[in-house]
Design a protein around this ligand. Structure first.
Ligand code: SER
Length: 596
C-alpha cells in the first residue's frame, strides 16, 4: 500500500462514517505564540476543541503536515521523523470512547479497509494518577471488540496522555494501537484544558482527537521495518546513496528527513526563510545539519546537493502539496544561499587549521580512514585554534560537528573535553569582554557600557513582570538596548491599560528594592527546559546553555537562557520606568523603558 492509498482509504472510511473532510493547515500555527510549528493534526483545531463551532460540523477528518523537532536527535532510526503526515479524525463533542474505538478497530481489521491481522494488534491505555483517573472504560471497550486482556497495557502520563500541543490547551488520556509492536494510531480523549498554572480543568465538550502517522503505518502495512523503506523517503535515501562516496545509512536518513522538512518549511503557504531566530533558526539548523551529514558521507561540495534533494521532494510530493510547486523558486533559492554560506564558513574554518599547520611547520599526514579514528599522532587543538574557531562559531554558526570533521580530516587529535574547555574559556572571555558580540547571540545589545548591562538585566525583569501581569502568552519577540533605554517587543495583542503598566513597573521596582543576586549557571539544554527557563532553545555549542535567574532558586522571578552579560545584584539598577507602550506589529507590543 502506498501513502496515497492509505490517505484515500482513511478519508473515505471516515466520510462513510459521516465525517467531513477538511483541508490541512499551514505548518505555521495561527495565534499560538507558544509553538513554532504545527506538530499534530489537532493543533490547528484547538479553538474548536475548546468549544467554538467548526463551519464543517462536529465530525471531521483530514491529513495534516506536521513538524516535530523535539526528537531531532532520534531521527535516523526506523520510526522518527521531523516532518511527517498525520491522518486524524475528530469528534467535537459528537462522539466519545465507544464510537471512536469501534471505528478505529473496524478500519484496522476490516478487509474492506486495512484488513490487518487481529492477533498482531495490541493496545495501551492510561493508568491514572493524582490528577486524572485510570481509563478503565477504554480498556473495557477494547475487550468488547475482541482484544484479549493480556494485550492491553496500562501506561503512565508519559506514554498515554496527550497534549496540549503548545504549553496550554486541550489534552486528555489516550489509547494507542500497536501493530507488531509498532505504534500506529492514537485515540486521544480530550476532556481537559491545561491552564497556565498547570491545572487540568474539564473542557466544555468532550472531544475525540485521533492521529495516525502516515509513513509509519505504510511501513508496517508493507512489512517494512523502517519509514525510510517506503516512498517517498525510500527514493530520497537512494538518491543520497548515489551521491555519497562514503555511504552511511543513518546519515543518509538524517539528510533525507531534514531536507524534506526544510523543503516543506520553506515551501509552506506562509514560507519561512532561514535566519537566526525561531522558525528561521529551525529551518537553518535542519539545512546545515543535512549539509554537514552530507560532507560526512563524502557528498562533494560541487553538487549543490540540497537543491537536488529538494527538487526530488517537490516532485514526489507536489500532487498532495501544490504549495511546494508554487514556491519552488523560493525553496531552491534559499537552499542555494544556505549551502553557499555553509561552504564559506567551512572554507574559513579549514583555513584556520591550515594556517596553524603552516605557521607551526606541521605537514599534513595521511590518515588511512579518519572515520575509524586511526589517527597518526598529530597536534592537539590548541588555544590559538580554539579562539579562531570560536569566533566563527559564535558569529557565523560554525557547528561543533564541522569542527570535529575538519579536525579529523586534518588528522588533529581531537580531545573533545579539551576542545570544549578551550571553547568554554573563549566563551567566558568573549561574553564579558564584548557585549557587542553578545548581542549577536541573542538580545541586540549595542555597546557594553555599564548602563547597557543594567538595562539588559532590567529587560529580563520586565519580561518576567509582563508575564506575571498579562499572562503566560507573553514571549520576547525582540529586544534592542542602547545606553539610554531598553526596548522590548513581546507577544500580546491588546494595548496595555495604565493600571497594567503601573503593575509591571511596580513588580520590577520591587525586585530592584529587594537587591536580589543575579545568578548565572550553566546547565544542559534539557535541564534548562525542565526548570522552565525562557529563551530560544538553541545551544551555542555542545549541549550546555547559560541560564540567568533572579529570585528564589526553586521558584525564580525571572529565569532565562541568555549569553549575558548582567549585573550582580538588582539593587544596582536604580528605578525602573516605562516611557511608552505601543503596537509593534500584529499581535506584538513594544515597550520602551529607562532606569533612573
Ligand atoms: N494529537 C494526537 C497525536 O498527535 C492524536 O492526534 O498523537
Amino acid at each position: 500500500m502506498t501513502t496515497r492509498e492509505l490517505k484515500e482509504k482513511y478519508l473515505k472510511f471516515f466520510e462513510e462514517k459521516r465525517h467531513k473532510i477538511i483541508s490541512g493547515s499551514s505548518l505555521i500555527p495561527e495565534n499560538d505564540p507558544t509553538a513554532l510549528f504545527i506538530s499534530a493534526g489537532m493543533h490547528p483545531l484547538v479553538p474548536y476543541l475548546l468549544g467554538q463551532k467548526h463551519p464543517s460540523g462536529d465530525k471531521l477528518v483530514n491529513v495534516q503536515k506536521c513538524i516535530r523537532t523535539t526528537d531531532i536527535e532520534k531521527v535516523g532510526n526506523d520510526t522518527h521523523l521531523t516532518f511527517f503526515e498525520m491522518l486524524g479524525n475528530w469528534g467535537l463533542g459528537s462522539y466519545w470512547k465507544k464510537e471512536a474505538i469501534e471505528m478505529s478497530w473496524e478500519f484496522l481489521i476490516d478487509k474492506k479497509w486495512l484488513g490487518l491481522d487481529k492477533d498482531k494488534i495490541s493496545v495501551s491505555c492510561f493508568e491514572g494518577d493524582d490528577e486524572v483517573p485510570k481509563d478503565v472504560k477504554s480498556a473495557k471497550i477494547w475487550q468488547s471488540v475482541g482484544i484479549p486482556k493480556e494485550k492491553i497495557v496500562f501506561l503512565s502520563k508519559d506514554d498515554n496522555f496527550w497534549g496540549p500541543a503548545g504549553k496550554t490547551g486541550p489534552c486528555g488520556p489516550c489509547t494507542e494501537m500497536f501493530y507488531d509492536g509498532v505504534e500506529i494510531w492514537n485515540d486521544v480523549f480530550m476532556e481537559y484544558n491545561k491552564t497556565g498554572e498547570g491545572k487540568y480543568e474539564p473542557l466544555k465538550q468532550k472531544n475525540v482527537d485521533t492521529g495516525m502517522g502516515v509513513e509509519r503505518t505504510v511501513a508496517v502495512l508493507n512489512g517494512k521495518k523502517s519509514v525510510f523503506d517506503v516512498e517517498p523517503l525510500k527514493s530520497i535515501v537512494a538518491l543520497i546513496k548515489r551521491m555519497a562516496t562514503d555511504y552511511d545509512e543513518r546519515s543518509a536518513r538524517i539528510i533525507a528527513d531534514h531536507l524534506r522538512a526544510a523543503t516543506f518549511i520553506l515551501g509552506d503557504e506562509k514560507g519561512i526563510a532561514p535566519s537566526n531566530l525561531e522558525r528561521g533558526y529551525v529551518v537553518r539548523k535542519l539545512i546545515r545539519r543535512a549539509i554537514e551529514f552530507g560532507r560526512e558521507i563524502g557528498i562533494s561540495k560541487d553538487y549543490a546537493f540540497t537543491i537536488i534533494i529538494a527538487e526530488r521532494v517537490i516532485d514526489l510530493m507536489k500532487d498532495d502539496y501544490p504549495e511546494l510547486l508554487k514556491n519552488k523558486d523560493f525553496i531552491l533559492e534559499q537552499l542555494t544561499q544556505e549551502e553557499e554560506k555553509f561552504n564559506k564558513i567551512d572554507a574559513e574554518a579549514e583555513k584556520i587549521f591550515d594556517d596553524y599547520m603552516k605557521k607551526n611547520g606541521i605537514t599534513p599526514m595521511r590518515v588511512v580512514d579518519p572515520r575509524k579514528e586511526t589517527y597518526i599522532a598529530n597536534p592537539l587543538i590548541t588555544k590559538d585554534i580554539a579562539t579562531a574557531l570560536f569566533k566563527l562559531h559564535s558569529s557565523r554558526g560554525l557547528s561543533m560537528s564541522t569542527i570535529r570533521r575538519l579536525a579529523r580530516e586534518k588528522s588533529f587529535v581531537l580531545d573533545e573535553a579539551e576542545l570544549e574547555e578551550e571553547l568554554e574559556e573563549c566563551f567566558k572571555e568573549h561574553v564579558s569582554r564584548s557585549a557587542i558580540s553578545a548581542g549577536k547571540f541573542k538580545s541586540g545589545l549595542a555597546d557594553n557600557s555599564e548602563q547597557v548591562t543594567k538595562l539588559h538585566t532590567a529587560t529580563h525583569l520586565l519580561l518576567a513582570a509582563l508575564r506575571k501581569v498579562l499572562g503566560d502568552h507573553v514571549y520576547q519577540k525582540g529586544s534592542n538596548i542602547t545606553a539610554e533605554r531598553l526596548r522590548l517587543d513581546f507577544s500580546h495583542s491588546e494595548k496595555m491599560t495604565q493600571e497594567q503598566i503601573k503593575k509591571v513597573e511596580d513588580a520590577v521596582n520591587e525586585i530592584i528594592t529587594r537587591d536580589l543576586p543575579v545568578n548565572c549557571y550553566e546547565v544542559s539544554l534539557k535541564k534548562a527546559k525542565e526548570i522552565g527557563a525562557m529563551g530560544v532553545f538553541e545551544s551555542k555549542y555542545g549541549d550546555k546553555v547559560k541560564v540567568y535567574s533572579i529570585g528564589m532558586s526553586d521558584c525564580p522571578f525571572s529565569c532565562e537562557i541568555c549569553a549575558g552579560p548582567h549585573i550582580k545584584k538588582t539593587g544596582e539598577l536604580g528605578r525602573f520606568r516605562i516611557l511608552k507602550e505601543e503596537a509593534s506589529s500584529a499581535g506584538v507590543r513594544r515597550i520602551k523603558a529607562v532606569l533612573e
